[in-house]
Ligand binder design. Structure first.
Ligand code: SF4
Length: 211
């Protein structure tokens, strides 16, 4: 094959990639429009495939009309809807809570399974953990994402409910979705490294609902 043949094939490949990108963008815009504006989940399997594998393109698209958080919000909402029933039916559920929800005077120690709450009532985590355990969840307060990988490896959950900031929650749900694990997620109301907050009432309601 000569140099001109090589460039011909390269040109063809680039054209195909561009066409594929345009098709993905058009489909995403249509499905995203129905999800956000009409509250309808059309062709969920197609949207799942795009969300799982082409989210960087969707993010760039979303940045033209909104913020990064707008995209994460749409993604989290999509995963919550898509996995609602399969998560509900999961036998081994885990709830992963971020350590930043703790009170700054939290007396809990960091152990092999994350932060070990002693239910001092200084923050809402104690109450959330109690409700989750009553509803057959294993609960972990984690200080970082490496804990999640270990929990997945050791506990092999069939459903994961995460609480985190928009960005981390989206990428966490995306990661689990690509592994075929049903997910649910609740974003923080106020993020940061300490003194974050979450809608406790809504979270508890969702934990009970997903029993
Ligand atoms: S309730 Fe648990 S997590 Fe919250 S401050 Fe007390 S020991 Fe720490």
């Amino acid at each position: 094959m000569g140099l001109s043949g090589f460039f011909e094939i390269l040109g063809l490949l680039v054209t195909l990639i561009i066409i594929l990108g345009i098709i993905i963008i058009i489909i995403s815009v249509i499905l995203g429009y129905f999800l956000v504006k009409k509250n309808k989940l059309l062709f969920p399997e197609v949207f799942l495939y795009i969300m799982d594998n082409f989210h960087p393109i969707l993010l760039k698209l979303c940045l033209m009309i909104g913020t990064e958080d707008t995209f994460y919000r749409i993604g989290i909402d999509f995963y919550n809807r898509y996995y609602y029933h399969s998560f509900k039916g999961a036998e081994r559920k885990v709830l992963i809570l971020p350590h930043c929800l703790r009170d700054v005077r939290c007396p809990a120690k960091l152990g092999i399974n994350g932060v070990e709450c002693v239910f001092c009532k200084r923050c809402p985590l104690g109450d959330i953990i109690k409700v989750a355990k009553e509803n057959n969840y294993e609960v972990y307060i984690i200080p970082g994402s490496t804990f999640i990988k270990r929990i997945l490896k050791e506990k092999k959950p069939t459903g994961v409910f995460g609480v985190s900031c928009y960005r981390d929650l989206f990428y966490g749900m995306n990661y689990l979705s690509r592994k075929g694990i049903p997910v649910q997620g609740q974003p923080l109301l106020k993020d940061g490294c300490i003194r974050t907050s979450v809608d406790v009432e809504e979270l508890i309601m969702r934990i009970k609902d997903n029993r």
